[in-house]
Design a binder for this molecule. Structure first.
Ligand code: NAD
Length: 257
């Protein structure tokens, strides 16, 4: 069920070894998938190149998701290198640091625009590029990463919560649009994990402790556990699942008082 031999995928959102997208990439590669992995600009290239040295014949491509030209070049390279595409992992998100510390009511127009562009619109752009190549394989599966801050207020999550709400709605609309082409679109809503992106959220350690104290499993989660859920959604075991937001958070989302 979990064999990805002969499958090809695109992984967006690897910054370093702590990245959730990197854990997913490793899980898929270990099951036989061949991967195209993108890096955001030269600053991260070296890091990502070093990590990818452990993968089997990866395609390494630059990608800033705000740049339509770069998105087009990624899919051209995948077309040449793989001839088709079975899955996409979308793990790109960004909000300017000021937006995550100022009161929410101070959210700027530009901060809002940029956060929603990178963290939500990019999924549409990537799905559009991937769809024709997935059709060649008889269908495909797309997974993005979200957080409960889309539905509940978490201190300092601010505009990123709004972006995640847009992202989750985007998952449902894409799933409806692409479902007839046998392309599935889902999100994993992960519990908090200390990564580069998380370091931008002030008070993050307090959030981690709160999960340890309150989540039904009384612990936080690890990137490898998100990766296992992604393997399910991306592979044949998840073949009837689309338009879903799968909670991988030790059950925290169910708690009230
Ligand atoms: P991370 O910092 O490792 O990954 C974020 C990625 O977004 C980086 O690789 C960065 O290069 C990329 N990115 C930002 N702007 C980009 C742009 N313009 N173009 C291309 N890529 C861009 O952190 P992470 O925690 O692994 O984040 C991955 C995803 O998981 C994000 O969507 C994040 O919101 C989500 N998530 C994280 C947590 C957590 O607690 N860490 C919880 C739930 C969801």
């Amino acid at each position: 069920m979990n064999d990805f031999t002969g499958k090809t995928g695109l992984i967006v959102g690897v910054a370093n070894k702590r990245s959730i997208a990197w854990a997913i990439a490793q899980a898929l590669a270990a099951r036989g998938a061949r991967l195209a992995v993108t890096y955001q600009g030269e600053r991260l290239e070296e890091n990502v190149r070093e990590l990818c040295a452990s993968l089997q014949d990866p395609l390494l491509l630059p990608l800033d998701v705000t740049d339509d030209g770069q998105i087009a070049r990624v899919f051209e390279a995948i077309e040449r290198g793989f001839g088709g595409l079975d899955f996409v992992v979308h793990g790109a998100a960004f909000a300017p640091r000021e937006e995550l510390s100022a009161p929410f009511v101070e959210t700027t127009r530009e901060g809002f625009r940029l956060s929603l562009d990178i963290s939500a619109y990019s999924l549409i752009a990537l799905a559009r590029g991937a769809a024709p190549m997935m059709e060649k394989r008889g269908g495909g599966s797309i997974v993005t990463l979200t957080y409960l801050g889309s539905q509940r207020v978490f201190q300092n999550y601010n505009v990123m919560g709004v972006a995640k709400a847009a992202l989750e709605a985007t998952v449902r609309y894409l799933a409806a649009d692409l479902g007839p082409r046998n392309i599935r679109v889902n999100a994993i809503s992960a519990g908090p994990i200390k990564t580069l992106a998380a370091s931008g959220i002030s008070g993050f350690s307090g959030i981690l402790q709160h999960y340890r104290d309150r989540a039904p499993l009384r612990r936080t989660i690890e990137t490898a556990e998100v990766a296992d859920a992604a393997v399910f959604l991306l592979g044949p075991a998840g073949r009837a699942v689309t338009a879903e937001v799968l909670m991988v958070d030790g059950g925290f989302h169910a708690t009230g008082m």
